[in-house]
Ligand binder design. Structure first.
Ligand code: CDP
Length: 229
């Protein structure tokens, strides 16, 4: 892989650590493109539910992704900061964050061939221009030569609070207890999978945001980006 010609910023971290909020705001501040790769795995999970495809059937999932020709358009005017169009419909936050999607997404994301297809699209998208990309394996696998890599963590308690606020704002009902269990289970699946597990890249800046505001995290990353130039 040759050195990236555009600025690439990778933001990885566990469930509900604030990656997407921070990545989106940072991209706006730096006036660069933004993509939340979790939304791509969630889109495939949604399509699997729609078509009755088994979350354990790797071959069928890969075919589903390839045949659906999902369009991902980086568009700062879109509510999510990008658009995902599958089967002619633009998917919104309520659909992507639904409990049913969340319940199977990490099982789907553990399949090596599913990940290969996603990573290929993500690298292709990164060629469009300077970008902030959020996910689990951006600094380790997708953009290993990214100029700046951030691994954003927070305590489970802080993450549960943040996700509850986000889901309630999107009109999704949640129980804090259930949310904590779901977040811990997804962390376990993401960390323990053999292929591209969730882990900080050796050259990532680790930021524990438990006690930090979103703006403070964005400002800290912006300073790291400034120093790296
Ligand atoms: O928003 P949250 O951090 O809870 O999750 P997400 O970023 O929407 O990702 C949903 C799931 O997709 C994760 O739990 C992972 O299983 C998977 N994922 C992944 O494996 N690799 C990525 N680059 C992004 C997401």
């Amino acid at each position: 892989m040759s050195l990236p010609s555009h600025l690439q910023i990778a933001i990885d971290g566990p469930a509900a650590s604030g990656k997407t909020t921070v990545a989106h705001l940072l991209a706006q501040r730096l006036k660069v493109l933004y993509l939340d790769t979790g939304a791509m795995y969630r889109t495939l999970a949604y399509m699997a539910l729609q078509t009755g495809t088994d979350a354990d059937n790797e071959g069928a999932l890969v075919r589903l992704w390839e045949q659906a020709s999902v369009r991902i358009v980086l568009d700062e005017m879109a509510p999510l900061g990008f658009r995902i169009v599958a089967g002619g419909d633009e998917l919104d936050e309520m659909t992507l964050q639904s409990k049913h999607v969340t319940a199977i997404v990490s099982t789907i994301a553990a399949h090596p061939r599913v990940r290969e297809a996603m990573v290929q699209s993500q690298r292709h998208i990164a060629l469009e221009g300077p970008v902030v990309m959020a996910g689990r394996d951006i600094g380790t696998v997708v953009l290993p030569l990214a100029h700046v890599k951030i691994f954003l963590t927070a305590s489970v308690g802080a993450r549960v609070e943040r996700r509850a606020t986000q889901l309630r704002a999107a009109g999704i009902d949640v129980s804090l207890h259930q949310l904590a269990r779901e977040i811990e289970e997804r962390d376990r699946l993401d960390r323990e999978r053999p292929f591209s597990p969730l882990v900080a890249a050796p050259d990532a800046h680790v930021i524990d945001s438990s006690e930090m505001t979103v703006n403070a995290v964005v400002a800290e990353i912006a300073t790291i980006v400034e120093r790296s130039r």
